[in-house]
Design a protein around this ligand. Structure first.
Ligand code: NAD
Length: 325
């Protein structure tokens, strides 16, 4: 049995990770600003607190955990991260969390720490062609992320690597590419594209329409949560430090993503593409050469399978919200 700390345990990926770690029989402490919104956490201890505060970090990190998963971040979808309105908070809060956690991990002699970086660190100049984005790990430099969120992630990657280099801290770094699934934010402004589209389709009248931001031709790939956790597990068990992409190579346009959700829902809606300034880069796709080589990992299931489960869960949330309104 390992002693594990999950930072961001009240969030989407952290919530699923805690469940997985508990199923595997480990002792888990979770910490987050808030309890998980959609399910009761099976963590042995759950501390509600702010990881930007050093006193809280001392209280949470009071022992040399076998594993720490640092998932806490001031985070959201395009409507939160790319409008520019939340840049100061995103940078300040997430950088402070990371500075606090890595420093304290070193002080207590943590055995291994995982850091969740993002595909948003990749330079904008390699993601202008929706059909041919370049997101191989070594292409991160010269750096030019298109958001402050991406710059903070890049800074924190370097921070974790510096603690590894100077103090021998055993770190693992992954760059997640659009992870989705049930029990994630689906409304309120911080939701990401798969959840937002599932919600819009579930809420739409038969034969109505849904809005898709931008021209809908921008491309992305999406990874189901179970696949993501399997890859994280392999990374933690390996000697490979990263940074490494954890994502899918099944690239679709946002309009295609909407079409897949409509097919799942059996709702033939029309798409209303609305011009907004914050759709992010034109194209992005995971490049899985390195993770295949180092960890022999690739997603095992098509995008549609994960979307079926996600749509079903969001449809239930939408129906429940209608009933309580
Ligand atoms: P999430 O927003 O659901 O979870 C992050 C959690 O961190 C939230 O529950 C939030 O309350 C918590 N948090 C924020 N500020 C905090 C603070 N000051 N103190 C304590 N807790 C705080 O996001 P997620 O999708 O679960 O993402 C987890 C990690 O993976 C994040 O670091 C995110 O940047 C990274 N990531 C996620 C994706 C994705 O597609 N989901 C893609 C790339 C990177």
């Amino acid at each position: 049995m390992k002693k594990v700390l999950v930072c961001g345990a009240g969030g989407f990926i952290g919530g699923h990770l805690v469940k997985k770690l508990k199923k595997e029989g480990h002792w888990v402490r979770g910490v987050d600003l808030k309890k998980h919104e959609y399910s009761l956490s099976p963590a042995d201890e759950f501390i509600v607190g702010d990881l930007t505060e050093q006193d809280l970090v001392k209280q949470v990190l009071d022992q040399p955990f076998d594993e720490i998963y640092q998932l806490a971040a001031d985070m959201g979808g395009a409507g939160y991260l790319f409008t520019g309105e939340n840049d100061a908070n995103v940078m300040h809060n997430s950088a402070t969390i990371n500075l606090n956690i890595i420093h304290r991990s070193h002080q207590v002699g943590a055995k291994k720490i995982f850091y969740s970086s993002s595909a948003c660190i990749y330079p904008a100049y390699n993601q202008e062609d929706p059909a041919n984005p370049k997101c191989s790990e070594e292409s991160a430099y010269p750096a030019l992320p298109d958001s402050e969120y991406g710059w903070e992630k890049l800074f924190s990657e370097r921070l974790y690597l510096a603690f590894h280099r100077n103090y021998g801290l055993d770190v693992r770094i992954a760059r997640f590419h659009n992870v989705f699934g049930p029990e994630g934010t689906w409304t309120g402004g911080k939701e990401k594209a798969p959840a937002a589209l599932c919600r819009k389709v579930a809420e739409a009248d038969e034969n109505g329409s849904i809005e898709v931001w931008g021209d809908g031709l921008q491309t992305r790939s999406f990874l189901y949560i179970d696949e993501c956790l399997e890859a994280v597990d392999r990374l933690m068990k390996s000697d490979f430090i990263g940074p490494v992409n954890i994502g899918s190579e099944e690239m679709v346009s946002l309009n295609q993503l909407a079409e897949i959700v409509m097919d799942i829902a059996r709702k033939p809606l029309s798409i209303n593409n609305i011009p907004v300034s914050f759709t992010g880069v034109r194209g992005r796709n995971s490049d899985n050469h390195l993770i295949k080589e180092k960890l022999n990992w690739a997603p095992s299931k098509p995008l549609e399978e994960g979307l079926i489960k996600t749509y079903e869960w969001i449809r239930e949330q939408v129906n429940a919200a209608v009933l309580t309104a």
